[in-house]
Design a protein around this ligand. Structure first.
Ligand code: HEM
Length: 385
């Protein structure tokens, strides 16, 4: 990905339809628009992270999740837990608004239908999807795009509180009084990008983290001991003080390799690499899972062993751990994702006991491939501490 020509984006025709046919936002954008939009998003996220606003919003959403969990009886399906808080968080970061009653459920349902549609082999076939819009999933992509866009336009034009630092307020400051947020396709595409790029990935990460906490009780005990010694709820500022926890999270990333081949790139022009000629428009992928599981790079890569990220009790990053990709198109949301994942796992551990349902064996490491590499559905008991 070192060559500039290797950093276009390959997008299916259904993804293009979602982007109004015009490569808006960041994920599918290219060239000058990509440079401008990704620079804008990165600066906005950095500002929210540094001002503490992102942490406040994440904690609000996780607190709402934890309240729901306290009231839910019996074993929980792990896949029902993490999407909704993330969807609400994204809405707040982009629009500056909280969801109105029922909106979180509606948007999460539309989004999940859109995600399922992207797995449908007919959705990018123009003939099949014209003949069978529902069966091909294309109708779900358009419903998500059009219904969410309507809700979005209403939210960004209705005024409201708490908008300082959010994407709408930054764009308003940049573009001036004549700018209309309701018709800005890049703005709504930022929200779609938050969901498409961030929701499955963060949810899948949290599911894998719970899986390894159940599978590896000794590791769970070590992380819990470190969190207990902290003596209060963990915050973003505590990350440096929690090397065990960071090593555990890094090892979850390595073993799960939930983005096994990144997101497809497109060669914007011909180029050569190690003697091979790559023609323009070639689809390019790189092997994240292959490097995470390589025995040339890691000792006993098949073992879950967070200690590989620890030396003399300190956390040691490893440049071969690349869950967010590499090069100029590395994940724009990586700092936000790191914080969200850190807070969700530490908060759950500090507030709940986790166990497989009575008598059930711990879940296995088998995966299925959706937009990310996911663990198989499993259940767990969460008991308030
Ligand atoms: C565990 C969580 C996440 C993982 C593992 C992850 C991983 C990735 C990967 C591998 C890419 C592709 C890089 C490439 O094309 O070379 C990517 C791109 C991207 N991610 Fe993430 N991501 C995560 C969470 C998020 C979140 C929370 C956001 C929210 C803003 C986000 C926004 C993006 C965007 C906008 C891109 C496109 C970057 C571009 O095309 O320039 N991601 N991510």
């Amino acid at each position: 990905m070192a060559q500039p020509e290797a950093n276009g984006r390959a997008a299916g025709s259904s993804q293009m339809a979602l982007s109004f046919g015009r490569k808006r936002g960041v994920v599918v954008a290219e060239g000058e628009r990509w440079a401008r939009n990704s620079g804008f998003l990165l600066a906005a996220l950095d500002h929210m992270l540094e001002s503490g606003e992102a942490e406040r919003m994440i904690c609000d959403e996780l607190e709402a999740l934890e309240e729901r969990l306290r009231d839910l009886p019996g074993p929980l399906d792990v896949q029902t837990l993490f999407r909704r808080p993330y969807v609400s968080l994204s809405w707040r970061i982009v629009t500056g608004q909280r969801f109105l009653a029922g909106q979180a459920e509606r948007i999460t349902a539309l989004f999940q239908a859109e995600m399922a549609a992207f797995q449908n082999s007919w959705v990018d076939n123009r003939l099949l999807r014209a003949l069978f819009p529902e069966r091909s999933g294309f109708a779900d992509v358009l419903r998500f795009r059009d219904e969410v866009r309507r809700l979005f336009a209403a939210a960004v034009t209705s005024g409201g509180e708490g908008r300082e630092g959010t994407l709408v307020s930054r764009l308003r400051a940049e573009r001036g009084a004549d700018w209309d947020p309701a018709t800005d396709e890049d703005l709504v595409m930022f929200f779609f990008d938050f969901l498409n790029a961030g929701c499955e990935t963060t949810s899948s990460f949290n599911e894998w983290a719970l899986l390894y906490l159940l599978r590896e009780p000794e590791q769970q005990a070590l992380v819990r001991r470190e969190l207990k010694a902290l003596g209060r709820p963990a915050t973003a500022a505590d990350r440096e003080r929690l090397p065990r926890t960071r090593a555990f999270l890094a090892e979850v990333f390595r073993r799960s390799s939930l983005t096994p081949a990144g997101v497809p790139h497109r060669a914007t022009g011909a180029f050569s690499v190690e003697g091979y000629r790559v023609p323009a428009d070639t689809v390019l992928r790189y092997g994240i899972l292959a490097s995470h599981w390589s025995d040339a790079l890691w000792q006993e890569p098949e073992r879950f062993r967070p200690e590989r990220f620890l030396r003399d009790g300190a956390f040691v990053p490893n440049a071969d751990l690349v869950p967010y990709g590499i090069g100029p198109r590395v994940c724009t949301g990586r700092r936000l994702a790191e914080l969200y994942n850190f807070l969700s796992v530490t908060r759950l551990l500090q507030r709940f006991e986790l166990a497989p349902p009575d008598g059930a064996p711990p879940p296995g490491e088998d995966a299925w491939m959706g937009l990310s590499r996911n663990c198989r559905p499993f259940q767990l008991e969460l008991r308030p501490r």
